[in-house]
Design a binder for this molecule. Structure first.
Ligand code: F6P
Length: 350
């Protein structure tokens, strides 16, 4: 056992359950393994600027039900600058870190993987409300987000029914439609549109007309922010974006597909339509029991990997078990929506 000073970092978008991981790593790291645990602040920016705080039992007391991350986060890509990789390695050495636990999604875990390739002692923990990381059956944060969206759909039903309206709900999901599909099934959505399957406006309106022709006076349409509108020849479809400006990992800011859809549905069908964009509400607030438990199990498994000096791994959920997989397997592709599940959602369309 050589790892003594263990860093823990949260990168990318915040999500409910991050604090459960931080708490579990700190408790087991200190109490069981006798490590010094250090919280790196604000994602990879904290490594570049050597920002950290000591974590002890007091620091992690009372954080389990809290959303967000007590360490702060950022979308900083430390590999972007000149000699980025070497700078990160130098900073980690200057901070005296014997190991670094990196909690993040595809971008953050991607950086962890490239550091491991250079021999750095890193372990990954998968988080994202989008649930799109490969190698794990679920990321924490997703269950909370799905429940928030389900509750929103339940509430929107009230107005939809009272006013005979179509209610369009735009939800997060940059590359994949997991939140849309699962919350759509749970909330009884009448249509769910996802990035994996470009949608045709005529078909959407046709389905809604059929529904209203059989006597229904309202409809709930859930659309993921990354869903693409297929127009004529453009079968791949186009994204609707808020800004073409790219973040450090090359992502544009999505948003607007709900408004486009709402406008088109109203124009084409004549059904009164309203649009709700749930946005960051989906990432906020207290984690569900599922996410607290998954985050805790991931945290314990991550510090165990550090203890075993089994680096270059990401903890993952397989069925009911926590396992570890190579970081490479987590980043080589995205985990897209299971089409069998989407078929189930489609049974209830229209
Ligand atoms: O990756 C999680 C996510 O919530 C995506 O669903 C969304 O597109 C993006 O983050 C929003 O990022 P930001 O918080 O930087 O606006």
């Amino acid at each position: 056992m050589s790892a003594k000073r263990v860093g823990i970092m949260t990168g990318g978008g915040d999500c409910p359950g991050l604090n459960a991981v931080i708490r579990a790593v700190t408790r087991k790291g200190m109490n069981v393994y006798g490590y010094e645990v250090v919280g790196v602040l604000e994602g990879w920016r904290g490594i570049l600027e050597r920002l950290s705080i000591p974590l002890d039992l007091n620091a992690v007391s009372g954080i389990l039900p809290k959303g967000g991350t007590i360490l702060g986060t950022s979308r900083t890509n430390p590999l972007k600058g000149e000699n980025g990789q070497q700078v990160v390695i130098d900073r980690m050495n200057q901070m005296g870190l014997d190991a670094l636990i990196v909690i993040g999604g595809e971008d953050t875990i991607g950086v962890a993987k490239s550091l491991y390739d250079e021999g750095m002692p890193v372990v990954g923990v998968p988080k994202t409300i989008d649930n799109d990381l490969a190698g794990t059956d679920q990321t924490f944060g997703f269950d909370t987000a799905t429940n928030i969206v389900m509750e929103a759909i339940d509430r929107l039903h009230t107005t939809a029914e009272s006013h005979n309206r179509v209610m369009v709900v735009e939800v997060m999901g940059r590359h994949t439609g997991w939140i849309a599909v699962e919350a759509g099934i749970a909330g009884g959505a009448d249509m769910v549109l996802i990035p994996e399957v470009p949608f045709d406006l005529n078909e959407v309106c046709q389905t809604l007309r059929k529904r209203h022709n059989r006597g229904k006076t309202f409809s709930i349409v859930v659309v993921a922010e990354g869903a693409r509108v297929a127009m004529e020849e453009d079968v791949e479809g186009s994204l609707v974006i808020q800004s073409t400006e790219k973040d450090a990992f090359g992502h544009v800011r999505l948003g607007g597909v709900g408004n486009l859809l709402g406008r088109e549905i109203e124009n084409r069908t004549g059904f009164e339509t309203r649009v709700t964009v749930l946005g960051h509400i989906q990432r906020g607030g207290s984690p569900t029991a599922f996410d607290r438990i998954l985050g805790t199990r991931f945290g314990i498994a991550a510090i165990d990997l550090v203890h075993q000096e089994d680096f270059g791994k990401m903890v993952a959920l397989r069925g009911m078990e926590i396992v570890s997989i190579d970081l490479q397997d987590a980043v080589e592709k995205l985990r897209t929506v299971d089409m069998d599940l989407y078929e189930i959602a489609k049974v209830f369309f229209g």
